[in-house]
Structures are given as C-alpha cells and as structure tokens.
Design a protein around this ligand. Structure first.
Ligand SMILES: Cc1cc2nc3c(=O)[nH]c(=O)nc-3n(C[C@H](O)[C@H](O)[C@H](O)COP(=O)(O)O)c2cc1C
Ligand code: SF4
Length: 450
C-alpha cells in the first residue's frame, strides 16, 4: 500500500484536466484509440471478465459477467445506462470523478459501449450535481467535435451517442430498474426481476447498467492489463467457492467525525481503521470511534472492535454488515448517540421507500414511528425486539420485496440494536421509568405519537 500510486484520481488536480486538450496531454484517449484498432468487442469483454472487476455501485456484481449476459444474436439496439445517481448517504466518489476528470469517465463509457456494442448511452445524473452536469456536457460536446462520439468513431463501423438525463432527486432512481423506468419517463418504480436488464431493459431492449467508477476502471484495465488489476486487492478465499475476490483500485469516501473528510484512492481490502487514520486523519477532537458505517448508510455499522475489518467485498459481510456497498465510510465518534443515528437512518429510508411493496412501505414507517417514540422517552424494552422483527422481515434477503432499498433500511436497524443494545436499553429505562417494561401490544402507533 505504501507505494501505491493512484490511477483513478491521478489527474484530478491537474490544470485543465477537465478539457479535452488537458486530458489528451496526460495520455487521455490513447487507450481508446489503441483498443478500437487492436481488439474486437468480445476480446474487451473477455479482458474485463478476466480482471475480476466488480461493480462499484453497491452490489459488487462482476462486470464482465454482466456484460456476457447480453444476448449475442439480438438485432439491437443495445443500451448503456451510466448510473450517476449517487444518492447513497456518505458517498461522493462519482461526483469527484465527474467534476474533476470528466473525460476519464467518458473514455470508460466509450470503451464499455464498444465492448457491449451499445449504440446509445444515457448518463443518469443526480440532479444536485450541477458542476458534474456542466463538465460532462462540455466533455460530450468536445468528444463529438473530435470524432470520439457520433458516427463511425475513429473510422470504425461503430457509432455511439451519449445523452445526459438529470434525475429528480429520489434515492430509488439509483436502483437499476427504477433508473430505467425513470429514463422511460415513468415513476421510478423498480421492476420485478427476472427479466434482468441485460435481456430486457430500457425500452425493453438489452441494457447494461453500470456505475461511473466501475466504467472508469475499464480504461485502466485495458491500458495497464489484467495482471496489474489483479495484483491489488484480496484474492478469493480458498474455502468459499462463491467468493470471486476483490481486485483493483477503489475510491473510499470518508466523512463524519474525522479530521480530513474526503475521497481517497487505495487498493480494495484496506482495513477500515487504516482508511480512517491514514486518509481521514483520525477521529476528530482527539476522540475515539464508536462505530463506522463501512459503505454507505444501507450497509449498517461496524462497532469499535471491528475496525480491523478489511474493506473488500467480503470483509463487512463477515462482520455482520450488508456488504462493502460504495465504500462510503461515515465515522461516528464516542459521544454520538446511537438513537440519533438510527432515527436519521429510519427517517431517510421511510422517506425514500417507493411504496410498491407492503413490507418496505409499512415496515420502514413502523420502524421510524418506534424509533421516534423511543427518542421521545416513550420507548419500551419490547420495542427493540419488535424493531428487529421488522428488520429481519423486509428486503430481498428474506425475499419479501422487489428491490434492495428495504435491505438497506434493515441493516442499520439490525446492527445498531444488536451491536449497541445496552445503549438503547439504558436510554429506554432512563427516559421511561414508568413504562419501560410494558410489553402488551402497542396501540396504533400514530396514536402513541400524538
Ligand atoms: C435503493 C438503491 C439505490 C441504488 N443507488 C445506486 C446509485 O446511486 N448508483 C449506483 O451506481 N448504483 C446504485 N444502486 C445499485 C444499482 O441497482 C446497480 O446495482 C448498479 O448501478 C450496477 O452498477 P455496477 O455493477 O457498476 O455497480 C442502488 C441500488 C438500490 C437498491
Ligand atoms: S423494496 Fe421498497 S423501494 Fe424497493 S420496490 Fe419495494 S417498496 Fe419500492
């Protein structure tokens, strides 16, 4: 790690890097020119597959494998949806790439469209990113003028158009089929899968949905090679046939109670503690960490005794979290209340649930009602098990909902209560001395709140 040289962030502070001239002066589009001359699309897919690149948008699905699901004999068109919705709390790495080095993003998009034979790419951009919008729009214009987009790119018999579609500030638009529905002009209600987008996606045509950082990695794999990419990260665990390993560079976002919040690059698998100390400058005000969200709010919490967990795709799962997610770390110092953490989390997910599935729509609301009651000093010890029962019943993992938003709502509840139960119990006993032992069924929660 000590001699690691960033690649994704290598150019972010360089002068005029956001312009075509600036990017090309640093070697930009060299890989695109070479790959289009030397490799057929299927070869590019094979290289990305061999690299072991896994999606950086949250689920960690192997990128080359996803591309290989596109039907080979389909008459087309095939679409690429670039997921730039980036609404996961604690996550801002896509923004850094798009604002600071938009042509790096464009080169990754063009190469990935070439590999998948996509003829149109839509960048689904979070609305609250106006600078990303301006930078990408001007990068796209420059690419058209330079023959890097449009008809017969670099003299090949392949054409590509790229459009930016600005979202309307809803978390659910980042879920890949919610994104597709939204692009089609409808309410962003996630679709039941299968069929998966690779077979039937945007406008019912084969579609790939990939995150901005995932696509940015593609250029570097093709430039530096598969072995370079696989030389960093965590290899598959020999006793786990389902672990494909976690390879390549990763952007870690660090926020919350640290001295130096920011977006940093390192190989996958760095221990959480090292990310906080080395990059985040340690916990602020000389305090200790009480807990850390390892990968965006929906991944849950690592407790202070779990901070040596490696931040690869498997590490946080082994520590009882949902996964690595986006590697957006939120550090909570020792003075921060877990009740406040859970209240904020439940508020977010209840607000963002799209409402299609009853367990998610009702469960996130009930959880919020209960946490509000606990916070207001009317909690009962029995509420903690009731909250866990809700959290254990909603989501794709128990199989009761269409999309993963409900899993994301559940994990902060499970981790906060299972890992910090004593704090919740103390709060309930202290703030509700008369009623904390009551365990009869609770009257309508809305009435309790009045
Ligand atoms: C509620 C919800 C929100 C999501 N938001 C995003 C997002 O903002 N950006 C993103 O890339 N992926 C997001 N995802 C994951 C996408 O559904 C999808 O897995 C990802 O875009 C695939 O790209 P990747 O394979 O390159 O990671 C979200 C998933 C869920 C369930
Ligand atoms: S799980 Fe929640 S957000 Fe996802 S489709 Fe169902 S109701 Fe909507």
């Amino acid at each position: 790690m000590s001699d690691y040289e960033p690649v994704l962030l290598a150019n972010v502070c360089k002068k005029d890097i956001h312009t075509l001239a600036g990017y090309q002066a640093c070697g930009g589009y060299r890989t695109l020119r070479r790959v289009l001359k030397e490799h057929a699309p299927a070869e590019v897919v094979a290289m990305v597959r061999a690299s072991g690149l896994r999606g950086r948008g949250g689920a960690g699905f192997p990128t080359g494998l996803k591309w290989s699901f596109l039907p080979a004999d389909h008459p087309g068109p095939t679409y690429m949806c670039v997921n730039a919705d980036e609404s996961e709390p604690g996550t801002f790495s896509n923004r850094v790439l798009m604002e600071s080095d938009p042509h790096q993003v464009m080169e990754g998009i063009i190469l990935s469209c070439y590999a998948t034979r996509a003829s149109t790419a839509y960048i689904y951009l979070r609305y609250e990113y106006p600078l990303s919008f301006r930078r990408l729009r001007s990068a796209i214009d420059e690419c058209y003028s330079a023959g890097l987009l449009g008809k017969n790119i670099l003299g090949r018999e392949w054409s590509l158009d790229v459009y930016i579609h600005r979202g309307a500030a809803a978390y659910i638009c980042g879920e890949e089929t919610g994104l597709i529905e939204s692009l089609e002009g409808k309410r962003a209600w996630p679709r039941i899968k299968p069929p998966f987008p690779a077979v039937e996606g945007l406008f019912r045509k084969p579609t790939v949905v990939n995150n901005v950082e995932t696509l940015a990695c593609v250029t570097h794999i093709l430039d530096r090679g598969v072995e370079w990419f696989r030389s960093m990260g965590t290899p598959p665990r020999p006793n786990d046939p389902r672990d494909p390993g976690s390879f390549g560079p990763k952007l870690y976002c660090v926020s919350g109670h640290v001295n130096r919040p920011g977006c940093y690059e390192a190989p996958l698998g760095l221990p959480c503690r090292e990310v906080i100390e080395r990059f985040g400058g340690g916990v602020w005000k000389g305090r200790k960490a009480k807990a850390v969200v390892p990968g965006g709010l929906s991944t849950g919490l690592l407790a202070a005794n779990e901070l040596d967990t490696p931040l690869d795709f498997e590490g946080p799962i082994r520590a009882g979290c949902l996964g690595l997610g986006t590697a957006g770390l939120i550090v909570l110092d020792e003075t921060y209340s877990m009740i406040d953490f859970l209240h904020n989390s439940c508020r977010f997910f209840a607000h963002e649930s799209c409402g299609q599935c009853t367990p998610c729509r009702e469960g996130t609301r009930w959880a919020l009602d209960m946490v509000e009651r606990i916070k207001a000093g009317r909690g009962r010890l029995a509420d903690l098990d009731l909250l866990l029962e809700i959290a254990d019943s909603i989501g794709i993992i128990p199989g009761t909902t269409i999309c993963g938003l409900a899993d994301g709502a559940a994990w902060p509840i499970k981790n906060a209560i299972r890992k910090f139960r004593e704090e919740f119990e103390d709060h309930i006993r202290r703030t509700n001395p008369q009623g904390y032992t009551v365990s009869e069924p609770v009257p309508a929660l809305a009435a309790m709140r009045a």
